[in-house]
Design a protein around this ligand. Structure first.
Ligand SMILES: [Ca+2]
Ligand SMILES: [Ca+2]
Ligand SMILES: [Ca+2]
Length: 322
């Protein structure tokens, strides 16, 4: 899937870290407006380990049981690197997490639309850049095509009302096809634009889910509304509360993940190897929500979400205890 990544790592290895990741990011999706300027120590470390890759051809011998879920899976002894191959033969492609932060270092993630500004900070800048080699690629208003979407494992739809057009049937079909082929999409809402449901609901229509028209759960007393009623699900493990402010209900044919005051505020759906998650708000994207609210587990929620959205055979790394 992330077929551009190996070149990045080869470059990093060849020059012993002298090449910045900025050079890599332009190769990954061709988007020059991304925020991937920060060098990442994890990338250098995994690149350096690539010298032992000559022995990785023995991984073919593990093919018979690579999808075994047992903890005693035999591995090849080759270090895992971000190259689209299961180098260590443990059944998972590119499962690298040098920092042990629960975010796969090889993760290929992109955002659509524009980020919110009602809170402070942005989960897709510093936080994600510190935890994966590539950070998040900002696709903003790019025309959705199969070629554009193919490099990414996870896509986050932010405020789609500012892209200056309605998504075309071809774009809707491109995103639908990407999910059915194993992509993971999470949609956010609640940016307080009166037309904000139109574009996101058009992208969601092929999956029979949507955001309802009722603005719900505005802040009270200057603080977000705690969401506390959760379904047992991989995305909610260890999560007891996160904040919500002025979002929309999540309707349609998908598993209920969270509710508040009779409204469904999150749903999840698995489509083939792909995953779809709808959250009824955008306040989980603001760093201030987990810095100002020790009673919330927003950061842990994101780690859970990104892992669940990522295809099960790729980039799966252990989630550390909180
Ligand atoms: Ca592996
Ligand atoms: Ca690999
Ligand atoms: Ca990481």
């Amino acid at each position: 899937m992330n077929r551009h990544l190996p070149l990045c790592l080869v470059l990093l290895t060849a020059v012993a870290g002298a090449t910045s990741l900025g050079a890599c990011s332009s190769d990954n999706g061709g988007n020059t407006s991304s925020n991937t300027t920060a060098g990442n120590p994890g990338g250098t470390g995994t690149g350096g380990a690539g010298g032992a890759g000559g022995g990785s051809t023995s991984s073919s011998g593990e093919g018979g049981d690579i999808f075994s879920s047992g903890a005693t899976t035999t591995t090849t002894g080759s270090p895992e690197i971000c190259d689209g191959i299961d180098n260590d033969g443990d059944g998972i492609i590119d499962n690298v997490d040098v920092g042990g932060d629960g975010i796969c270092d090889c993760l290929a993630i992109a955002t659509l639309g524009v980020r919110g500004s009602a809170g402070i900070g942005d989960v897709f800048n510093t936080w994600l850049n510190d935890r994966s080699d590539n950070g998040a690629i900002d696709l903003n208003d790019a025309v959705l095509t199969p070629q554009l979407l193919a490099p990414y494992q996870v896509i986050v739809a932010q405020n789609l009302s500012q892209i200056g057009r309605a998504y075309s049937p071809d774009e809707i079909a491109a995103l639908e096809g990407w999910i059915r082929n194993g992509g993971g999409l999470i949609t956010l809402i609640g940016y307080a634009d009166t037309s904000e449901r139109t574009n996101v609901n058009s992208l969601l229509a092929p999956f029979d889910v949507s955001y309802g028209p009722e603005p719900i759960l505005p802040k009270q007393g200057g603080t977000t509304i705690p969401i506390t009623d959760w379904t047992t699900h991989p995305t909610t493990a260890g999560v007891s509360a996160v904040g919500f402010d002025n979002g929309y209900p999540v309707n349609g044919d998908a598993e209920v993940i969270a509710t508040k005051d009779g409204w469904v505020v999150a749903r999840a759906k698995t489509i083939n190897e792909g995953h779809l998650f709808l959250w009824g708000d955008e306040w989980i994207t603001f760093d201030s929500e987990w810095q100002d609210h020790p009673e919330y587990q927003v950061e842990h929620y994101w780690v859970n979400l990104i892992k669940w959205l990522t295809r099960e055979s790729e980039c799966q790394v252990p989630i550390p205890p909180q």
